[in-house]
Every structure is written in C-alpha cells, then in structure tokens.
Design a protein around this ligand. Sequence first.
Ligand SMILES: Nc1ncnc2c1ncn2[C@@H]1O[C@H](COP(=O)(O)OP(=O)(O)OP(=O)(O)O)[C@@H](O)[C@H]1O
Length: 367
Amino acid sequence: MNQNTIIRFDQVTHSFDNTTVLDKVSFEIEKGKFYTLLGPSGCGKTTILRLIAGFMEPTDGKVYFNEEIINHVPAHKRQVNTVFQDYALFPHLNVYENVAFGLKIKKKKRAEIDKKVKEALAFVNLEDYETREISEMSGGQRQRVAIARAIVNEPEVILLDEPLSALDLKLRTEMQYELKELQQRLGITFIFVTHDQEEALAMSDEIFVMDKGVIQQSGTPMDIYDEPINRFVADFIGESNITSGVMVEDFKVAFAGKEFTCVDRDLKTDEPVEIVIRPEDLAITEEENGKLRVRVDSQLFRGVHYEICCFDEYENEWLVHSTKQATVGERIGLTFEPEAIHVMRFNESEEDFDKRLEGYTESGYGK
Ligand SMILES: Nc1ncnc2c1ncn2[C@@H]1O[C@H](COP(=O)(O)OP(=O)(O)OP(=O)(O)O)[C@@H](O)[C@H]1O
C-alpha cells in the first residue's frame, strides 16, 4: 500500500438481486488527486461512489478509508461529501441557507457556521450571492453552490456524480476548467464520474476505465490514450483504427495482408492479436510510398483537421486525421511509425500488460 492512499477497495463485489454489478474490484485512491471513473451507462460507476459514500455496503470484499475498514460505517460518519448530478439543492432555501444546512444539522455555533459558509462561497466565487434564491441561479452557478455545500464540511474526499451532464457544451467546458482548478486549490481528493471520455482525459490525474462491473484499465490520461489495454478501452477512449493481426516474431506483426515492424516483443509466434493505430498517427503520402494503400471513401472538415475515411483492398476501414485534404475516390498511401502500432493481446491482465510495456521501456523500445 502506498503511504498516500486514502481509499482502497480490496476485491469488492456488489450484487443486486443476484446480479453482480461490481466484480472483485480492487484499486487505490491517493490523497489530493483528481480521479475519474469512466465507462458506459450501467458499468458500475455510481455503485462505486455509493460504496465510498456509505449509502450501501458491499456484498463482499473490503472498503478501506485511511487503512481502516469502513464497510459498516454509516454515511454521516465518513469524511466524504457527494455532489449529485442534479445537485440536490433545496429549492425553498437561498444560497447561504443551502450551504449552511449541513453545519446547522451538526449543531455548529452560529458564528462558526457564518465564517465557514462565507469562506466556502468565496472559494467558488459566489460571495455576492448569499441571499439569492436557487431558482434565480444559472446551471453553472447552481453547480458552484453544490460544490460550496460539499466543501463547507471540509471533507477529505469529494465525490462528483456526473455533475456537468445537465450543462450545455460551452458551460460544460468552462466548468471543466473551473472544477479542475478548484480541486488543485483545495488540494483534496476528487472522484468524478462521467461517461464522457474527452471530459475524463481533460480533467483527471488518473482514470479508471470500467466496463461490466470491472476496471479494465487504470492510469494517467496519456497512458490510457497511448497504450490501451484492449479493444474496449481503445474504442472507448478517443477514435481508433482497430483490426485483427497475428504476431510473426519479436518486432514483427502482420495485419491488412502485410508484415510491419513494431516495437512489441515477448508475444507468442503466430499469436492472434488486435492492432490499434490512432487516426492522427497515420500520414498521407503517394500511393506507391504507402505502407497501406487505400481508397478515400469520405472526408469531413473538423476545424483543426480533416477526418478522412479510407478502405484498403481487404475492405478494412482506416480513419485518418490530417491537416492535408484528400479527394474522395482518389487512391493514396498511408504511412506510420513502428511506435504507432499498438499490439493488444486477448484477455491480458492489467498487471501482465504493465509488466510487458515496462520491459519495452527498459530495453529502449516502446514509449
Ligand atoms: N438499486 C438497484 N437495484 C437493482 N439494480 C441496480 C440498482 N442500482 C443500480 N443497479 C444496476 O446496477 C448496474 C450498475 O449501476 P450503476 O448506477 O453503478 O451504473 P453507472 O455506471 O453509474 O451507470 P450510469 O452512467 O447510467 O449512471 C446497472 O445495471 C443498474 O441497472
């Protein structure tokens, strides 16, 4: 266990009516970092938050807080506060009263409440809004009230369950910056839930990518983007070209009817693998100079780049992000570096995957 660990899940399983929604999940959360649980609807993200908050107990396994088992500790005794998707503010109370509510329940002295509420509102830049009604606040402002209400209790961890999903795109992006900056200023642990991969990449120190009640991969946004462990993660995080291949020998892999130099080794000869190449790692060249020869099928202008959809002679689709324009129907070549080929084994555990990549880095190959 790491010295900075504040929350730890050890083989935590949770079932509703004999349906397992979390399956032997283990992870560690360190103090002061911004974590994101990312995954499709129903994968178990909110269940993890509820187990941390103490709204329910796991069916099996252990939940630790500062290395003490807290499976049976009730929610109000945990150093954790939650910001809900709909903020759960009290519409009949004004801003000040909403933020003060928890402290009043705890029977704190009036002067102490006043000092803490004012500090919390100042922290989220709402010091001039004390007497405003909630109905008179915008979506972004309500969000900040909800955060002030969480931080006024001085928790060690704040849980945020899709708190930006009700906001329009522009405000959402602004709030992403704001939340990240707030977390850094507060220096406390944030655990944020989203199914939006761009949001997760932009905000997090660490991401846990989840599917079907299991953490598929955990790591920094760059690690996960650059080295997805499997097809699910590659597909979920960013846009990817994913195709089947076969390992020929160390540093050589076959796909799309050809052999290519790669940086991967220590796989079995003739092992079936999956290949990922990111669209921005494919460069356009003359057809005869291409490692892949393709026909341009369609093209979209995306502002910073063109998104070009191509097909090779085996009808594999290749998506290219390029600042160069192509012509629909034209035949072009695609090139890429050996490092751009990500070789993924079927059913490789995160531990084995990390060990394999570490080996490449140590020997000078890979990242
Ligand atoms: N109280 C409950 N009773 C029965 N099943 C439940 C209950 N709460 C959640 N589930 C089921 O558990 C699974 C995981 O739910 P959870 O809310 O953790 O998913 P999620 O990843 O947060 O999804 P979303 O992004 O849609 O909120 C889902 O299949 C859900 O239907």
